[in-house]
Structures are given as structure tokens and as C-alpha cells.
Ligand binder design. Structure first.
Ligand code: HEM
Length: 210
């Protein structure tokens, strides 16, 4: 049994917790028959499956992915709102919003699966000065604030998108639904931005701070 063997040295950062704790690769199991390349592929897949993040932090693969995805989502949302407000490109706005909505939904599902079945985020946060085992800590407070935005926001997005698809004509143009759409859509956009910002704060406190 090799503990902490990294098939991508230099590319992937191995956190000591992962090296000594739950990050284990059974080399004997992947040795038979396939040669060195196959072993490397299998080891790499195992490494990724065991939540090895790609950022030089303690974050898991999925946490790192969500952290980076949010950096993309916020400016795209801003561009989409600019396109409708100042350029009147309603069809483009519709397409961008639907894609963002699907990305948001897939991210939330992947994140939930990761947290429930693969990643013990509290173990990864153990080295943070803002985290205490079995106690309320800054990390926990920041997570609760984050969840206050992260849980209602996808629901709000579904609500806004479904209503917009039903009530605007196709292709969309301003009309009777505009007033209501602008009110709820602004809330949805603000919710998304606050989900991103509070998520970044939680990520920093739990998985970056030393
Ligand atoms: C969650 C998804 C969405 C968000 C966050 C969103 C956001 C916004 C915002 C903030 C505005 C107002 C811009 C301003 O201040 O003037 C707006 C306008 C508009 N949106 Fe959306 N939108 C979404 C989905 C959609 C969809 C799916 C459609 C089409 C089916 C659509 C069609 C429109 C139209 C036609 C306007 C112009 C309304 C007017 O100026 O009278 N939106 N959207």
C-alpha cells in the first residue's frame, strides 16, 4: 500500500492531510497487466476521485471548481444585464441566462454530491485558524451566511426563468411582464453575486487561511 503517492508531481498540490489521512492509493491493486501508463491513468483517476483539488489550497476538486466557476459567472451575468438594458439584445440575454441557470443548477448538484459522499470538508478545514473542531467558529458562521444566499438563489433563478419563458414572447421583447421580471430578476442577480462573494469568504477562511 503506497500512501500519498502523487502521479502528477509538481502539477497537483498534495495537502498533508490528504497525504496521511484519507488520500490513499493502492498501488498493488493497479499494478497487474496494464503497464506503467495504465497504472498512471488509474492512479490519476483515483487521485481526482478522492477529491484532490487543483488550486494550491486545502480545497477539494469540487470546491476548487465551484470557486473558479463563480469567478466566471459573475462577469457573464453583468454582461447579460448590460446587453438587455443598454443594447436591447433580449434574445442573447435570454440564451445567456438559461445557460447560466443550467450551470448554476449543475454546480449546486455536483457540490451537494461531493459534500455528502466524498469530501469531509471539516477535515480539510482543520488547519484553519478560523476553525475549531466540535465548536461554533468563524468558518461555521461564514458557511451559514453563505447558505442563506446559496439555497434560495437557485430556487429564485428557476422561478425567474420559468416565468420569463412563459410570459415573454418568443423571441423576447419588453411587455406586460417587464415590471415584474425586472424586480425578481434583479433580486436573482443580487442573490447570485452574494452567493459568490460569501462562498469565496467561506473558501478563504476554511481552506486558504493558515
Ligand atoms: C435568472 C435569470 C434572469 C436574470 C437574472 C435576468 C436579469 C434581468 C435584469 C436584471 C433585467 C433588467 C435590466 C434593467 O435594469 O433594465 C432583465 C430584463 C429583461 N429580461 Fe431578463 N433575466 C433572466 C432571465 C430572462 C429570460 C429567461 C428571458 C426571456 C425569456 C429574459 C428576458 C428579459 C427581457 C425581455 C428584459 C427586458 C425587460 C424590459 O426592459 O422591459 N430574462 N433581465
Amino acid at each position: 500500500m503506497a500512501v500519498g503517492y502523487n502521479p502528477l508531481p509538481g502539477l497537483l498540490h498534495v495537502h498533508p492531510l490528504k497525504r496521511n489521512g484519507f488520500f490513499r492509493i493502492d498501488q498493488a491493486g493497479s499494478r497487474g497487466g496494464g503497464g506503467r501508463n495504465r497504472r498512471n491513468v488509474m492512479d490519476t483517476a483515483l487521485l481526482l476521485a478522492e477529491n484532490h483539488g487543483f488550486l494550491p489550497t486545502r480545497g477539494s476538486l469540487m470546491l476548487d471548481f465551484v470557486f473558479v466557476a463563480m469567478i466566471g459567472v459573475v462577469p457573464i451575468l453583468a454582461v447579460s444585464i448590460y446587453l438587455t438594458k443598454f443594447r436591447h439584445k433580449y434574445q442573447l440575454h435570454k440564451q445567456i441566462q438559461i445557460v447560466l441557470g443550467v450551470v448554476l443548477l449543475l454546480t449546486v448538484i455536483a457540490f451537494e454530491l461531493d459534500m455528502r459522499f466524498w469530501t469531509d470538508w471539516e477535515a480539510l478545514a482543520a488547519d484553519s485558524p478560523y476553525y475549531q473542531v466540535d465548536e461554533w467558529s468563524t468558518v461555521w458562521y461564514s458557511l451559514i451566511v453563505h447558505l442563506c444566499f446559496a439555497i434560495p438563489t437557485p430556487l429564485l433563478w428557476i422561478f425567474v426563468i420559468v416565468r420569463a419563458l412563459r410570459r415573454f414572447p418568443n423571441p423576447p421583447t419588453p411587455g406586460e411582464h417587464s415590471r415584474s421580471h425586472i424586480f425578481w430578476a434583479r433580486l436573482a442577480a443580487i442573490g447570485m453575486c452574494l452567493t459568490a462573494v460569501t462562498g469565496w469568504v467561506f473558501y478563504y477562511l476554511a481552506f486558504v487561511a493558515e
